[in-house]
Design a protein around this ligand. Structure first.
Ligand SMILES: [Zn+2]
Length: 577
């Protein structure tokens, strides 16, 4: 090796697509696209911004936030060490760069994610920065452009990272209501919580050539299904074929295409004013004071025994645990099931329909598992398909039109991670539910009854009040999945379960859950009748006060509830235990 070798290496690089040796400066001039084969190399956020916005127009937004390690997460390395290393290697403060700028003379607020920074993972700070960018767009009445690149939620921040999907989504919902354009540009790779929220719930979704986007990653899907994946699975062209993106754009055409879209939608010009919702006030029965008093759930006697998180996980998954259909029979009356997403499918993992709770009409929607293997298989283990999420969405909107409150019962290991689910837009289906719930003008009450698994759970749980049965769990990732990635060994699942803070008492402390519903002394599956009585009392106690709140106020309060999971509060909660 000669003395000039390192310098030579910096001048040349080998294409990952065709293995051609390329002169670096030539590659950069070609926007980091291989001139031989067209391979699009991944871009960091600063270079992406340089390519997209008008020269001299970039005004970076503040990116310093209080340090957040909200759950004191330690895997093989303490989380703060990983953050420090990511900062040193990228020169960035976080995994997103936010700014205002002009594109072809059109003012925009823009947030660009950087995959080099902890895989572009969505933590509290990233969620907060993107939310502030969206809020800036709203203040200035300009469009929002998001460029995504992410492996998903940041598991080191636990379920608070999951909450960022709701936080950012509701900021996007506010732009939608105000008639301001939102555009996302999917770049390679965009997965998990980012794919299932702001990457796909914008007005327009563009995919850069070569970008892959999906809810579950290819490795997970292969493991779960044991199937080989079709050629081009989850690539931009696949997404286009399956109706999930508006267009696929070559990098060299991306800026021009954005300019055209911004111009065509009259972006930046005064748009139609936000129309206040004028929902007819539904007939609501006045509450008798003793009605509420009678509905108070029984208090747990004394201090509940502290159960190990892993034992709680096993309890939450117990096959004898009451299911949504069991509760529909024991807690509610007169259930009439409604079927279908009106798009060609009826998912058995989600059940929903009209029912009565103490004489009041409600819409109930929940995940359905089963007690026997045959039942579990028939219900896909409570893992909803996109059709299931779309059925839930249809029922939520129907409830709002009819002035009925929505009660959701959450019990899922997660959304269906299969090939077909991806082909039918799992990420966008979850994203749309989250967004719809943030603006649904009717009371929404969610109960985590068993497993609250990741985005599939959140798709039914953006609610005014979130309750949780004592032995339920709610988590951004399964303990097994977390252990496999971070320890990395699935046998570390019990440690991961403890680190993730997924139990009801932990989540009550974090403010993710409003009330823990005590289970009978053994567990729900030992005394389903008593569990049903307690759940019914808790539902009434929490739902009745919501019935008198005007819809606009409900939506405002719901937004405040999810807005508070931003980085600032998470930082204040650092010493959660
Ligand atoms: Zn090449």
């Amino acid at each position: 090796m000669t003395a000039t070798a390192p310098r030579e290496e910096q001048l040349w690089s080998r294409c990952a697509g065709c293995a051609s040796l390329l002169y670096r400066k030539r590659l950069r001039r070609n926007l980091d696209v291989c001139p031989e084969c067209g391979e699009h190399t991944r871009l960091g956020a600063p270079e992406r911004l340089r390519q997209l916005v008008d020269p001299g127009s970039l005004r970076p937004l503040a990116d310093r936030l209080p340090e957040a390690d909200p759950i004191d997460f330690v895997d093989v390395l303490p989380y703060p060490h990983r953050l420090t290393a990511a900062r040193a290697s990228t020169g960035l403060v976080e995994a997103v760069v936010c700014a205002t700028a002009t594109i072809g003379g059109h003012p925009v607020a823009v947030a660009v994610m950087d995959f080099r920074f902890l895989g572009g993972s969505l933590g509290c700070a990233v969620g907060e920065l993107i939310t502030r960018t969206a809020e800036r767009a709203l203040d200035e009445r300009i469009p929002l452009v998001l460029v995504t690149a992410s492996g998903g939620a940041r598991m080191q921040e636990g379920v608070l990272s999951l909450m960022q999907m709701a936080t950012v989504s509701q900021a996007i919902a506010a732009l939608r209501e105000a008639g301001l354009l939102t555009v996302s540009v999917l770049t390679d790779p965009t997965y998990g919580g980012v794919a299932a929220s702001f990457a796909t719930n914008t007005d327009l979704v563009l995919a850069e050539s070569g970008a892959r986007m999906g809810f579950a990653g290819p490795r997970v899907i292969r493991q779960v299904t044991g199937r080989a994946l079709p050629e081009g699975f989850q690539t931009a062209d696949f997404l286009l074929r399956h109706g999930q993106v508006d267009m696929v754009v070559q990098r060299r055409a991306l800026r021009g295409r954005l300019v055209a879209l911004l111009a065509a939608t009259h972006a930046g010009a005064p748009t139609r004013p936000s129309v206040p919702r004028q929902e007819p006030a539904p007939h609501r029965e006045r509450l008798a004071a003793d009605d509420v008093a009678a509905a108070r759930p029984p208090e747990a006697d004394g201090t509940p025994p502290v159960r190990d998180a892993w034992d709680t996980v096993r309890m939450a998954r117990h096959p004898g645990r009451p299911t949504t259909l069991d509760y529909l029979d024991s807690v509610f009356d007169g259930f009439v099931e409604l079927h279908g997403d009106r798009l060609g499918a009826d998912c058995p993992a989600i059940v929903g329909g009209l029912a009565r709770l103490a004489g009041r009409h409600v819409m109930v929607i929940g995940h359905q598992k089963g007690h026997t293997t045959a039942e579990l298989v028939a219900r896909n283990f409570g893992m909803a398909s996109p059709a299931g999420h779309r059925k839930a969405l249809r029922l939520m909107r129907l409830a709002a039109r009819l002035g009925l409150p929505v009660v959701t019962l959450v019990d899922t290991p997660g959304a269906d991670p299969g090939v077909s689910a991806e082909e039918h837009g799992q990420a966008a289906a979850i994203a749309e539910n989250i967004l719809a719930l943030t603006v649904l003008p009717t009371p929404v009450l969610a109960v985590i009854t068993g497993e609250g698994g990741s985005g599939g759970a959140l798709a039914l749980a953006v609610a005014d009040r979130v309750l949780m049965l004592e032995n339920a769990v709610y988590s951004v990732i399964s303990p097994e999945g977390c252990a496999a990635i971070l320890w990395p060994d699935r046998s570390a699942a019990p440690q991961a379960a403890r680190a993730l803070r997924l139990s009801a008492p932990d989540l009550r402390r974090l403010g993710v859950v409003d009330e823990v519903v005590p289970e009978p002394s053994a567990a729900a599956h030992d005394d389903p009748a008593e569990t049903a009585l307690r759940l019914r009392a808790a539902l009434l106690a929490n739902l009745l006060p919501l019935l008198d709140v005007p819809p606009a106020m409900l939506v405002r309060l719901r937004r405040q509830r999810f807005r508070r999971f931003g980085a600032t509060r998470a930082g204040q909660r650092a010493g959660v235990r």
